[in-house]
Design a protein around this ligand. Structure first.
Ligand code: NAD
Length: 346
């Protein structure tokens, strides 16, 4: 180990590295998978996120590797460019946190992992639905306290329920296949209907019609200017009273304040979130001994019909392996001057 700074661990065991890569927002599990699948680069792990305050740390590196809550805006890009960074690799699919156009202008390619184990996220969406519906988290605690009562644990059958799937790309498609196994009826909305899903019995409709008709609405579209706050006061009014909303995609697809109002009025019956608009200040860290300053998330946590996980949809061994291998394949393609097939484009 070359350095023991608490926020910095250098892997110097690799003899002939071709790229010096600064990897931001890392935890022990990132190091474990990146060290295991490294194809010969020098990896330096930073616990800190990449943003305007930390961009200066990239001096002397060739590339940066970032995750969902690192911020690469124009100011950060200018600092990276000045420090000689030639490549940005995202170890995730979404790239809403990077100004790709500004990176293009600076001739810094942005590569991502477009599809890694879509089943990992689709299965987590189903876990949120099953837990919210059958209240297994409450039953677990009750039984541990010797309380074997069933009062207030009643759920509903998923069989024959209507589910709205918003976005039927890699993850939405995997999710539809899981829903089919539960006997759900699926009505989807996407700009590009998927023929394979249609042949499996999935129907497509307008966004409004899809939302109006559903018992459960699950979001699987990317965060774009056109999808920001897709779920807001107006669209929530279209929901069936008491419907369930699941978001495992990106927090800003939902206007959190509007969703809180809908929960208070009963218009929204259940909410399952793996992502949250202000998650970058909270997620992946332990604040159990601190006073949380974000009043929206504390309000959300207080509802009995809300379940929040901290962006763990991707977190399976299979997905971590695919993220690491694709990230190194992206880096190697850049080093070897090959086609950059996983380039983020807008
Ligand atoms: P994808 O690109 O394969 O699919 C996205 C789909 O959304 C496409 O079919 C696209 O046509 C559709 N779409 C685009 N704009 C739309 C709109 N306005 N309305 C409806 N549909 C629209 O992406 P994916 O791999 O399925 O991932 C989806 C999202 O999931 C990502 O953008 C990412 O934000 C999120 N994600 C979350 C986690 C997690 O850990 N929770 C992990 C990976 C990805």
């Amino acid at each position: 180990m070359a350095s023991h700074h608490p926020s910095l661990i250098t892997n110097s065991a690799i003899p002939q590295a071709t790229m010096k890569i600064a990897i931001f927002s890392t935890y022990q599990y990132d190091e474990q998978f990146f060290n295991r699948f490294n194809t010969g680069h020098t990896l330096t792990y930073f616990v800190l996120p990449l943003n305007e305050q930390t961009a200066s740390l990239t001096k002397g590196f060739d590339a940066v590797c970032i995750f969902v809550n690192d911020i690469v805006n124009t100011a950060v890009l200018n600092a990276l460019h000045a420090n000689g960074i030639k490549l940005i690799v995202l170890r995730c699919a979404g790239f809403n946190n990077v100004d790709v156009k500004a990176a293009d202008d600076l001739n810094i390619p942005v590569l991502r992992v477009p599809s890694y184990s879509p089943e990992a996220i689709a299965e987590h969406a189903m876990a949120l639905i099953l837990t919210l519906n059958r209240k297994t988290h409450k039953a677990y605690n009750r039984v541990r306290e010797g309380n074997f009562s069933l009062e207030k644990l009643m759920g509903f059958n998923l069989h024959n329920r209507k589910v709205a799937v918003i976005g039927t790309g890699n993850i939405g498609k995997a999710f539809c296949k899981i829903l089919k196994g539960f006997g759900c009826r699926i009505n989807a909305y996407d700009l590009y209907p998927n023929q394979e899903l249609i042949s499996l019995g999935v129907t497509y409709d307008t966004l409004e019609a899809t939302l109006q008709d559903a018992d459960i609405i699950s979001l699987h579209c990317p965060l774009l200017d056109s999808t920001r706050h897709l779920i807001n006061e107006q669209t929530l009014k279209l929901f069936k009273r008491g419907a369930m909303l699941i978001n495992t995609s990106r927090g800003a697809l939902i206007n959190t304040a509007d969703v809180i109002k809908a929960l208070k009025s009963g218009q929204l019956g259940y909410l399952g979130l793996d992502v949250y608009e202000q998650e970058s200040k909270l997620f992946f860290r332990d604040y159990s001994e601190d006073v949380i300053q974000d009043d929206l998330i504390t309000r959300l946590i207080s509802f009995p019909n809300v379940l929040i996980t901290s962006h763990q949809g991707f977190f399976t061994a299979e997905a971590m392996e695919q993220i690491a291998t694709t990230t190194f394949a992206n880096i190697d393609a850049f080093v070897e001057g090959k086609a950059l097939v996983n380039r983020a484009t807008i």
